[in-house]
Design a binder for this molecule. Structure first.
Ligand code: SAM
Length: 241
């Protein structure tokens, strides 16, 4: 496969994303720590705090992968979590982690495509997608689906890489993501191409204001965002009123 730095065709994106996450699943958690120098844990903590888990609320965690957001939600007292992902390899790592943590009754795992969620309208209180939206081919569909399955008064939260607001840091950041990351990927996961794809997908993801407009176009309301680490990542929030 050669999906290094060329622009990814929309048609081949789903199969490529599947190949990437099949390949990285076993090493996904350790790679996150290495690639972000552990900072993703802090971002996710801020994200969970923002989610404000409560026992009477249900969470649909889209592109939930190995489960960080669902586990954070449960740990802080949230109600039933639906940990979902399109990729079975990622979910099965999540399933192992759920068992290790003793989460049985309060977590359900399903293979779900975020672009076509197999849930009725108005069925959940919170929908999250953390570092998942940039891997989806039709992001507008994901946002529309998230709104559709939310109950009125429900909230959608997205954690994703975003645009640096400190331009001086850009050369450093580019060197890290385009040169260091694929090398770390090669050494640890024996797979530099997947990490090249990840770096590229970060660079081409809509910036803060663009994603905000996309959420508004999908019918979400009171859309706001907060930058994390100078815009390396951002948390976007919107409500279904
Ligand atoms: N949410 C986890 C986290 O924050 O650590 C995992 C994020 S991981 C970088 C991205 C995930 O998006 C992968 O597990 C991948 O399988 C999933 N994904 C890609 N396209 C998807 C889609 N259309 N629907 C649902 N999940 C998708």
């Amino acid at each position: 496969t050669d999906f290094g730095f060329r622009k990814v065709d929309q048609k081949e994106k789903p199969s490529m994303v599947k190949a990437v996450f099949d390949s990285v699943a076993p090493k996904y958690d350790i790679m996150n720590d290495l690639m972000s120098l552990g900072i993703h844990r802090v971002w996710k903590q801020i994200f969970i705090q923002e989610l404000a888990p409560r026992p009477n609320l249900t969470l649909l965690d889209l592109a939930g992968g190995t489960g960080d957001i669902s586990f954070g939600w449960l740990k802080r007292g949230g109600g039933t979590a639906y940990l979902t992902d399109i990729n079975y390899s990622m979910l099965s790592v999540g399933q192992g982690r759920a068992l290790n943590r003793g989460y049985v009754d309060n977590i359900r795992l399903f293979c779900v495509d975020g672009e076509n969620i197999c849930l009725p309208d108005r069925s959940v209180d919170r929908v999250t997608i953390s570092f998942g939206l940039r891997n989806c081919t039709h992001k507008e569909n994901v946002l529309a689906e998230a709104r559709r399955v939310l109950k009125p008064g429900g909230r959608f939260l997205c954690l994703e890489f975003s645009k640096l607001i400190i331009p001086m840091l850009r050369p450093l950041y580019d060197a890290w993501s385009f040169q260091a990351l694929p090398r770390i990927g090669q050494i640890i996961a024996k797979d530099s191409e997947s990490y090249q794809y990840l770096a590229e997908s970060i660079r081409t993801f809509p910036d803060q204001e663009t994603l905000k407009s996309m959420m508004e176009n999908a019918g979400l309301e009171r859309v706001t965002y907060q930058n994390l680490s100078g815009g390396i990542a951002a948390i976007h929030s919107g409500w279904r009123i």
